[in-house]
Design a protein around this ligand. Sequence first.
Ligand code: ADP
Ligand code: MG
Length: 604
Amino acid sequence: MPIRKLDLDVVQKIAAGEIVERPASAVKELIENSLDAGATQVQIEVRTGGLGLIRIVDDGRGIPASEAELAFAPHATSKLRHVDDLAEIQTLGFRGEALASIAAVSHVVCHTRAEGEEMGVVLTLEEGNVVDRKPWAGPVGTSIVVRNLLFNVPARLKFLRSSASEAGHIGHLVEQFAMGHPEVRFRFVNDSRRVIETPGSGNIRDAVRQVYGPEIADAMVALEDVVDSLQLRVFGLLSPPDQTRATRSGLSFFVNGRRINHLALGYAIEEAYQPALPAGRHPIVVLHLALPPSSVDCNVHPTKVEVRLASERAILGAVHKAVRQALLEVAPLPEVGVSLEPAVWPVPSDWFEAALAPPPPPVAPSVFPSPPTSSASPLATPPRTPDVLSQAPSTVPPREGSAMTSETDPQPAFRSTALRAIGQIQNTYIIAEGPGGVYFVDQHTAHERILYEEIFTRRTSGHFSSQALLTPVVVQLSARQWSVVTEQSDALRGLGFDIEEFGPDSFAVRGVPPTLIKGDIARALRDAADALTGDAETPEGSDRLVATLACHSAVRAGDPLTPEEINRLLVRLETTDVSRYCPHGRPVVIHLSTAQLERDFHRR
Ligand code: ADP
Ligand code: MG
């Protein structure tokens, strides 16, 4: 083909494809326009995941009738004139591309009346061309209806998920706007169902209540700090360390009201929670940074979800400090490190440090000593207590390829009595004697790991039962969680959740997997929804779901266990094909070898 300049129409559709990646991207642009227009109320309605219809109605300043057509022209904006203005930009939009792009790939009807004008106008557009214009005598503000989004970009349509999933994205987006602009009333209706409605009181907690529910919102810790040297104000809400989620989806950051993604900010905040944050868990945080516009570069990302901050390190440091301070005020965080008294426990060598140090990444699929390869490695230390072994009845056949078989002994190396329980300490750790030394078992992570394997096996073999609850538990969910649960209800039922829609934002749970009967059912369902968010159909999504279920079904740290329960746990641990990590990546067992003990007591 000879080189030719593309038709404007083609250029426009390619550009539109970038901005309108999915229905939620169009909704984002339209809400931003409403906020830029000073709206105090924004209503969002979608049908069939936004592909059928998107309607955004605001009470903002409106578009002057004489400029209505221009608003839909490419690169037309009222927010920017010179390139220098970019440095001081205070609006969410500034590129003048959104309306043009959305209109290019849909059918749009726009009603608008500007402040101070007698009459408004209603414009009808098809694939970006104005096909009708009439005067309109409505209230000041703007209403934009988008139908058949992406109808002329079939390639993109193919990539979209189910309408429940797209609606979930939109719900999540509205939640973020609501927490970013608590002074604005948001109302989101999905397929005639009201999903979220915030009061617009200006109080972040009121908005957060609609997103995460009253229980979490009311437990959250307020944070407010001003750092004059940075002209920074940081404020928001933090979940206490015991209210966490399995993913980072609860981290929401806003810079001057703009929702941003910022990995380093997330790390700085989670670091401030340490050591109270359980491994693999993430807090719920709604954090606002107010900075002079000139300290924020918004023009570094096509959809503006990433920004560059001037003096980023100093800002991260200030946020870290403010978060830590706020958390410390409500509950002192535990001390970091090992708290053994050296005076009582004179330890000249480094044994307990070695024992407490995180073990190397799992190499063998078993928790127990591998075949003797090198006596230098504590886990490879050959058993020095053959009598324990010889007494053991052979109840458990060795697994194929498992380290429970050894080269020298064709029989299973360790059987159900290989570990002899000594007791439980701090209602959290089990101490056991076993081949080659002493084992410290984290009861929660061990149980979790066992259940993880069991659930997985049962799931692949299709055996799943549900235990009915005496009284159903009603679980309130965020808009996003709600649509995930709706969409993935079959996967959840398959695991034993007997659930049913209950009102606009809740599910009633009538039965649960039997292992969960004593667990926190509401939290388990919310975590399950979070685990399935985004990539529910992928193996990782399904792994996360099983991990969530295992975590909520397992005994907790702090639960006292009877000797029988301890023994049962140890037996099951030995018969489980476990790596030394729980599904969240925490070690399950720490081993202190006899050889190490002998060295430390100078017996060798
Ligand atoms: P940008 O927001 O980057 O300026 P858009 O294409 O989103 O570009 O909008 C173009 C212009 O249309 C805006 O600059 C604004 O003047 C006007 N506009 C769009 N939506 C609204 C609205 N809801 N209320 C008032 N004015 C609007
Ligand atoms: Mg805009």
